[in-house]
Design a protein around this ligand. Structure first.
Ligand code: ZN
Length: 493
C-alpha cells in the first residue's frame, strides 16, 4: 500500500470518529433531554481525545513525509493538496502541548459558564478574570504555533480560520470598509420600514414554507433534514447527511426564512463537497469561504428584488387573506431596512460589518496588550457610539452579548465580514457568467447559481487557500469596494 493510501485509510477512520461526534452534537442541540448533559459532555470529550490522538500519532508524520515524494501524489493536484493541507494541520496539532490543550479546554468550560451568568446579570466584572485568563492562554497558544514570518502573534490564530490572511491587511481592509459604510448608513437609515409588522403566520405554515424554499434552492432533503433549535446551525456528517436547523416566531416569518436560507447556503456547500472522508479535498476552503456561501444565498439572492417576485405569491398562499397586501416591493423594503442597532445577530446587511469592525479592533487591542480587560466595556461603548451612533445601556447588550470570546475563539470574528466580502465578489463573477440570472431567480430557477457555486467552489474543497480561491473565482484579490458597490446599487434604487 502506498503512503498516500495508508494516510487516506487512517484519515477515514478519524473521520468516522468525528461522524459520531457530530451526531452527538446535533442531538444535544435538537433532541437531548435535560438530564443527558453531563454524560454527553464526557462522551464528546472522549471521542474528541481519540480523534486527536489518532491524528497526532507519529506514524501520520512519517506517512506525510513519504507521501509528499510519491509520484502518484506529485502528478495529481488534488492528492498533492491533500498532503500539503494535512501537513499544515498535523504540524499545528503537534505544536500544541497536551497540557496546554487540556488547560484551555477546562478554562473555556469555566469561562463559558461564568459568561452565561455574567451576561444574565449584566455583570462584566464577574466575567473579566475569565476573559483575562483566556486571552493569556490564547497568547500561549499563538506562541506555540508561532507568528508567521510576515505577521504578528495574533495572525497564528487567524491562520486557523483563514489561512494566509494577516492582521495588517485586515486593518486596512476594515478601514476602507468602514469609511464606505458610514455615508451609506447615514443616507439609508429609516428609508424603508417593516411592511410585514403585525402579520402573524402559524409555525406549521412557516415550516412548510421554509422546506419549500430550501428545496427550491437545491437543498437535498434525502441527504439532510430541517429541525428547530434556539440558535440556527448546520452540521455535516458527510455530504450525504447534512442537517440544518432554524427558529420560528409567529410574528416574524422573515426571521425563519432568512435563517433557513442562510443555513441552506452552508448546507449546499457541504452537500456539494467531494465525498472524501477525512481528506482536505472533501473539506471547506476556510471559515470565511463557508460564510460566503450562506451569505450569498441569504443576502445576494434572498434579499434581491427578483427573489421577492418568486417568494411573494408563495407567502400569500401560505398566509391567506392577512398577507394579501404583501408583494415584492413590500418584501424588498422589509428585508433591506437599514437601522443601526446594538445587537450583532439582529443587525441588517448594511450595518452588520460595523459590528464586526468593533470586535476586530478591540480583540486585536486586547491581544496586543494595548487595551486592559477592565477597560473593555468603556471602549466597546465608545466604538458603538462612533461607528453606529448607538450606545448600550448595559454590558448585556454591549460587550457581553457574544459567546465567542468565552469559548476562547480568537481570530474568528473577522471571518463573518470576510464571508460578506467574498460573497459580493463571487456574486459579481456569477452575474457576469449568467446574464439571465434575474429572470431565472424571479421564476424560481436557482440551478444556474448552484451550478456555478458547485463548479467554482464546492467541487474544489480545500485545494486552494481562500485568498487564491477568491482570485480564481472573481479575478481579483479581496477588495471591500466590490461589496460596497453591490450594496449601493441595491439600496440607492
Ligand atoms: Zn453562517
Amino acid at each position: 500500500m502506498s503512503a498516500y493510501d495508508e494516510l487516506a485509510r487512517r484519515m477515514r477512520e478519524i473521520a468516522l470518529l468525528k461522524h459520531a461526534t457530530a451526531l452527538l452534537h446535533w442531538d444535544q442541540e435538537t433532541a437531548m433531554p435535560e438530564k443527558g448533559g453531563a454524560r454527553r459532555a464526557e462522551a464528546l470529550a472522549e471521542l474528541t481525545k481519540r480523534a486527536h490522538e489518532a491524528f497526532a500519532d507519529e506514524r501520520i508524520g512519517e506517512l506525510l513525509e513519504a507521501a509528499a515524494s510519491e509520484p502518484a501524489v506529485l502528478d495529481d493536484e488534488a492528492k498533492a493538496a491533500d498532503v500539503r493541507e494535512l501537513r499544515r494541520d498535523y504540524e499545528r496539532e503537534r505544536k500544541l502541548p497536551a497540557a496546554l490543550v487540556a488547560e484551555f479546554a477546562e478554562q473555556r468550560s469555566l469561562a463559558q459558564q461564568a459568561w452565561v451568568k455574567a451576561r444574565a446579570a449584566s455583570d462584566f466584572a464577574a466575567f473579566a478574570p475569565h476573559l483575562e485568563t483566556l486571552i493569556g492562554l490564547a497568547r500561549r497558544q499563538a506562541e506555540c504555533l508561532g507568528a508567521p514570518e510576515d505577521g504578528e502573534l495574533w495572525d497564528a490564530l487567524l491562520d486557523i480560520h483563514e489561512p494566509g490572511l494577516r492582521a495588517r491587511s485586515l486593518e486596512s481592509l476594515f478601514a476602507r470598509l468602514v469609511a464606505g459604510l458610514r455615508p451609506l448608513v447615514e443616507s439609508q437609515r429609516g428609508r424603508r420600514r417593516n411592511e410585514l409588522a403585525g402579520l402573524e403566520l402559524p409555525i406549521p405554515a412557516q415550516e412548510a414554507l421554509c422546506r419549500r424554499v430550501a428545496t427550491a434552492l437545491g437543498y437535498d432533503f434525502a441527504a439532510g433534514r430541517l429541525d428547530r433549535s434556539a440558535h440556527p446551525f448546520t452540521i455535516a456528517l458527510h455530504p450525504g447527511d447534512v442537517r440544518i436547523t432554524t427558529r420560528y416566531r409567529e410574528d416574524d416569518v422573515l426571521d425563519a426564512l432568512g435563517s433557513t436560507i442562510h443555513e441552506t447556503g452552508h448546507a449546499l456547500y457541504e452537500q456539494g463537497l467531494p465525498d472524501a472522508p477525512g481528506l482536505p479535498r472533501g473539506e471547506a476552503a476556510s471559515t470565511g469561504i463557508h460564510e460566503s456561501q450562506s451569505r450569498l444565498w441569504e443576502n445576494q439572492v434572498g434579499r434581491s428584488l427578483p427573489f421577492q417576485r418568486w417568494l411573494a405569491p408563495l407567502l400569500r398562499e401560505a398566509g391567506g387573506p392577512a398577507f394579501a397586501g404583501v408583494g415584492p416591493d413590500e418584501l424588498f423594503a422589509s428585508w433591506n431596512r437599514v437601522e443601526p442597532s446594538l445587537i450583532r445577530v439582529e443587525a441588517d446587511e448594511t450595518t452588520y460589518n460595523l459590528h464586526i469592525a468593533v470586535r476586530f479592533e478591540l480583540e486585536l487591542a486586547l491581544f496586543r496588550g494595548e487595551l486592559p480587560v477592565a477597560e473593555l466595556p468603556a471602549a466597546w461603548n465608545a466604538r458603538y457610539r462612533d461607528f453606529l451612533g448607538v450606545e448600550p445601556e448595559s454590558d448585556r447588550d454591549g460587550c457581553l452579548q457574544d459567546i465567542h470570546w468565552s469559548l476562547g475563539l480568537f481570530g474568528y470574528f473577522p471571518t463573518y465580514t470576510l464571508g460578506n466580502l467574498y460573497a459580493a465578489q463571487i456574486w459579481e463573477a456569477l452575474r457576469a457568467a449568467e446574464p439571465e440570472l434575474d429572470a431565472a431567480v424571479a421564476g424560481g430557477d436557482f440551478a444556474p447559481i448552484l451550478g456555478f457555486l458547485r463548479r467554482e467552489i464546492h467541487a474544489l474543497g480545500r485545494r486552494y487557500p481562500p485568498g487564491e480561491l477568491c482570485r480564481r473565482v472573481s479575478g481579483q484579490a479581496l477588495d471591500p469596494e466590490v461589496f460596497l458597490r453591490y450594496l449601493r446599487a441595491k439600496l440607492e434604487t
